[in-house]
Design a binder for this molecule. Structure first.
Ligand code: C5P
Length: 240
């Protein structure tokens, strides 16, 4: 796997035309793009067709969360769009995730099924207030990651700081999709626990999700090249 195949660019734009402009500017430098709720809804889903027509691979970040039947129906439609990966909330439970895996595998074998554990916007206090639990965020996240794996999901979204722990506990095949990545030359923005692309790879991240260091950069193509170079340095260090 080369560096380019590890980088997922977050298309966090409200307007499809702005997303298209970036994809065009990057030409063949990048292959993987993340589409979230804002862009998906605002483009009436058309961004998916555009990216596919241009041979790009898609992480459909819609974070499904509903009862098993409803979620698996939505999952079937995501899989039919032939996206590279999409996600569901692990808090939907093991029954829901198992049903998603079963239904999607019946029709499509290639989309990676990724679980979201605890949203990073939660603080320890808010977790206690919301779930009436004494468990820490890390304990809850690890439990949800384990349930995801047991349900047959392919991986989780996690911080680069947790990727190693996930790999140690759940195996190297269980994919880690990591936002919170910042090269040293980029602004941290609102991300709290960041890691450089090189260190993120060394620490066990399979896919790096990077937005603003590329999308807000005056030279996005150069930013992508620098990030891929760092990823490749990390891959070499990891192998040796
Ligand atoms: O601009 P930036 O690189 O911070 O973008 C990171 C992307 O990853 C955004 O689309 C953000 O919503 C997403 N994300 C995140 N933290 C999570 C889950 C997703 O930053 N825990």
């Amino acid at each position: 796997m080369n560096g380019k195949d590890r980088l997922i660019i977050a298309l966090d734009f409200p307007k499809m035309e702005d997303a298209v402009k970036l994809v065009e500017k990057l030409e063949n430098e990048a292959t993987f793009y993340k589409v979230g709720l804002e862009l998906f809804l605002n483009s009436n889903g058309e961004i998916i067709k555009y990216l596919k027509d241009n041979n790009k691979k898609i992480f459909l970040d819609l974070k499904f969360h509903d009862i098993p039947n409803t979620t698996s129906m939505a999952a079937i439609f995501a899989a039919k769009k032939d996206v590279f990966m999409f996600n569901v909330h692990a808090t939907g439970g093991k029954k829901m995730m198992t049903k998603v895996v079963e239904e999607v595998r019946k029709i499509n074998n290639s989309s990676l099924l990724i679980a979201v554990t605890i949203l990073t916007s939660f603080s320890e206090e808010e977790i206690k207030e919301t779930f009436k639990t004494k468990a820490s965020i890390q304990e809850l996240a690890m439990n949800l990651a384990t349930l995801s794996k047991e349900s047959g999901m392919n991986g989780i979204v996690c911080s680069p700081w947790e990727a190693n722990l996930i790999k140690e506990n759940l195996g190297d095949d269980f994919k880690t999709v990591c936002p919170g990545v910042r090269p040293l030359w980029a602004a941290t923005n609102d991300q709290q626990r960041i890691m450089t692309p090189k260190n993120a790879i060394i620490n066990g991240c399979d896919f790096l999700v990077v937005g603003r260091p590329i999308t807000k950069n005056e030279d996005p193509k150069k930013a992508v090249k620098l990030i891929i170079k760092e990823i490749e340095e990390g891959l070499i260090l990891k192998i040796n």
